[in-house]
Design a protein around this ligand. Structure first.
Ligand code: SAH
Length: 465
């Protein structure tokens, strides 16, 4: 990091601005909004600029720059089109230890102005450290479109009630939880809709009714993290993930998703590779309850969807038993994610009228006891989760029961992630092809005529074959 971002209170302080044209005017507006007293130095000054400086109680010196104009100045800015003048301002200011900015000339600056998203009193500054103003502006325009224009009004309303809430709720954590609820609730909706009086009344009532015990009660969120690509999270998953004090996750949850947790959240890894559970399931179930009992918001992140081969039910059992509040958030299950990112429709009017999700996980004794004769409908797509190790047994079981060995079949490894691979063959050939390709985990098996459409609808950059 080459520059330290700070928000600096400069109200009433003198700022030297050298330059009398359009660029100086832009800087003058910004400084004026921050309450600075401007000292403008330029032989000629545009009328708009002169008016602004005078209205703000500043002074105008109609002359060329000289070092003594830096007397009593907090900051100095050079905004002229004369390189020599800009350099002189920069050198003189630096000699006196005064922070200086020369517009569009980073080497002459000791500080730079970030791009800002202005939702006063909420100000978001974005800086690329001078490396790429275009990149900073792009990010700014994205953020502009994300944050409603009236967001600043909400921040101001919340600010106006901070003291009152602090009197009602001495606990800092309880207050944080209170404000988080406000941001997600009716007060925010009303403010953003322009009904500020109603919002203020609603907020006052909420402060009146605020109850620290209730706010501090732990909760468990059982959240589907999707198959890997963080873009596939739901908004709800994201919101709860950012609210959680503790995030309990396992191997299938991708680093991209974990990065979205709150910076100060405790991240607890509970493993789960085939046959190598870092924490036994019982302990995971108990862990969720223990954290919630400490008053924490616990996000249990599961790969894909928590209720599809995710043991979601088991993990909730003790939570329900303990009477702890919980929510369940669905996720994009691996079948849906892999199919979409491989361009294999799971159903298709011409090829498949139904789809079946099956676990290929073997029992402890190594057996794969599946009702093979239920899986013979040619117009049904079969999706096997946890099927890599059992692939030879799955292929043999289906063929023996009567499904055609020519049925198209594919194994998708690391679906939706960079490094996704689609290995295509038939029910008969796939075990050998896969053995040769030795794909990475996790991987999903799709069997049925729809696989024959691959790679016609391929769009995601994956390693084929
Ligand atoms: N609850 C999860 C499934 C957990 S079982 C869900 O709804 O997706 C774990 C199995 O899911 C893995 O063995 C693999 O078969 C499949 N899987 C999960 N993520 C995957 C991915 N990114 N690519 C391929 N298969 C995946």
């Amino acid at each position: 990091m080459d520059y330290l971002p700070v928000s600096w209170r400069i109200t009433g302080q003198t700022v030297l601005l050298v330059g009398g044209g359009e660029i100086a005017l832009r800087k003058a507006r910004l400084l004026d909004r921050a309450g600075a007293r401007l000292r403008l130095v330029a032989p000629e000054v545009e009328p708009d600029l002169a008016a602004l400086v005078e209205q703000g109680g500043g002074e105008i010196r109609h002359r060329v720059f000289a070092a003594d104009q830096l007397d009593g100045v907090l900051l100095a800015l050079a905004a002229t089109d004369d390189e020599a003048v800009n350099r002189a301002v920069s050198e003189a200011a630096q000699a006196r230890g005064i922070p200086v900015n020369v517009v569009d000339n980073p080497p002459l600056c000791t500080f730079i102005f970030p791009a800002i998203v202005d939702r006063d009193p909420l100000i978001i500054s974005i800086s690329s450290g001078g490396a790429s103003p275009v990149a900073a502006r792009w990010v700014r325009s994205r953020i502009e479109s994300l944050i409603p224009a009236r967001w600043g009004r909400l921040a101001a309303l919340m600010g106006s009630r901070r003291k009152r809430l602090a009197e009602k709720l001495p606990s800092v954590s309880a207050r944080r939880l209170f404000w988080e609820k406000v941001i997600d609730g009716a007060v925010a909706e009303q403010t953003l809709a322009g009904q500020e009086d109603a919002a203020a009344a609603e907020l006052d009532a909420a402060i009146e009714a605020a109850d620290a015990d209730k706010l501090m009660r732990g909760e468990v969120y059982l959240v589907g993290a999707g198959p890997g690509d963080a873009d596939l999270l739901t908004f709800r998953a994201l919101r709860l993930l950012q609210k959680a004090d503790v995030v309990v996750y396992d191997r299938l949850v991708s680093p991209g998703v974990l990065e979205l947790a709150r910076r100060d959240a405790e991240l607890v890894y509970v493993g789960k590779k085939r046959a190598e559970h870092v924490l036994p399931q019982d302990d995971i179930n108990r862990l969720l309850v223990d954290y919630a009992r400490q008053g924490k918001k616990v996000c249990r992140l599961k790969g894909g969807d928590p209720f599809i081969f995710g043991r979601g039910g088991e993990e909730l059992e003790q939570v329900v038993e303990a009477g702890i509040d919980f929510q369940v958030v669905p996720g994009v299950t691996a079948a849906a994610g892999c199919a979409a990112y491989a361009g294999i429709p799971l159903t298709h009017r011409d090829h498949a009228q139904s789809v079946r999700f099956i676990t290929g996980h073997r029992k402890e004794n190594g057996e794969l006891n599946l009702p093979w004769s239920d899986f013979l409908t040619p117009s049904e797509t079969l999706v096997f989760y946890m099927g890599l190790v059992s692939l030879p047994a799955i292929s043999a079981g289906l063929i023996m029961a009567g499904r055609s060995p020519d049925t198209p079949a594919a194994l998708i490894s690391r679906g939706t992630l960079s490094g996704q691979r689609v290995i295509k063959g038939t029910l008969g050939t796939l075990p050998d092809t896969v053995a040769e390709a030795s794909p990475e985990a996790p991987s999903l098996l799709i069997i049925g005529d729809v696989v024959g459409l691959y790679p016609r609808y391929r769009w995601f950059e994956d390693g084929e074959g």
